[in-house]
Ligand binder design. Sequence first.
Ligand code: ATP
Ligand code: MG
Length: 281
Amino acid sequence: MSLLSLREVTRTVIPPDQPALTILSGVDLTIDAGDHVSIVGRSGSGKSTLLNMLGLLDLPTSGEITFDDRPVKTYSAAKRDRLRGAAIGFVFQQFNLLPGRTALENVTMPLLYSTGRTFWRRRRIAAEMLELVGLGHRLSSLPDRLSGGEQQRVAIARSLVRGPRLILADEPTGALDLDTGQSVMDLIDDVATRTGAAQVTITHDPMIARRARRHFRLERGVLTPVDDPSLEPLTRRNRRETAPDAEANGAAATDDALADLGFADLSTPATTSAPSDRTVD
Ligand SMILES: Nc1ncnc2c1ncn2[C@@H]1O[C@H](COP(=O)(O)OP(=O)(O)OP(=O)(O)O)[C@@H](O)[C@H]1O
Ligand SMILES: [Mg+2]
């Protein structure tokens, strides 16, 4: 059973007074539980459009998307929203934190939409998640008091706080310097490995892409598997050459904290079930 599958997915838009524009063309991609996929592509190749499909934010113009082997198009918008909220975590280049809210309030936010959790329980889960990303000492900090790397850690805590089965990252290190970017990726990899979440990372950076198990390139809306993204030409420098501004301490996740957060059984890493050399179906 696959977690998420795209078959012959096409996305066409018709801009006002312009001919139809095909952004994605015949995309086939199957993501299994615990899978780790990277997608590289030039600016404008359709990466974010594809991510919106994977995140059930948009439906394809043609082709089929299934989640847990059930066709997503049969779901109402409200049901898709619920499924997305419960099963998918997004990490973006722009951290998208609410500016007037503390780190703790930002991470608590997604829990407001899940039922059965009291105020104090939500607070405790969010605080534990921030602890997990190495920010237990910054619970009441506002985003503008945090470094870029710390803000991204808060954003990651927020995207993982409901224990998603799929983590979708669109240029997650795009606004970070090299070292901070690596430590942020270590953190996402660590949590994903421990929880069995699948990861799809969209990036311009071949070294980030290399961390995945399977690699793809998107070119003018066509997705093709590639062997080694570091051998692909660099499409854009996306590293700021600033001094590292955050300590790489967030990867110090503990099994206890994860278990407390309601993640799946952590005694057996779920990634063992993930295929190592799959290609596009
Ligand atoms: N709703 C829309 N209407 C018209 N054109 C669109 C629409 N959405 C996307 N496009 C165009 O489709 C192409 C792909 O966009 P997309 O945002 O997916 O690219 P991308 O690969 O994520 O680029 P970047 O690396 O710059 O973020 C672009 O040329 C964009 O202008
Ligand atoms: Mg984009």
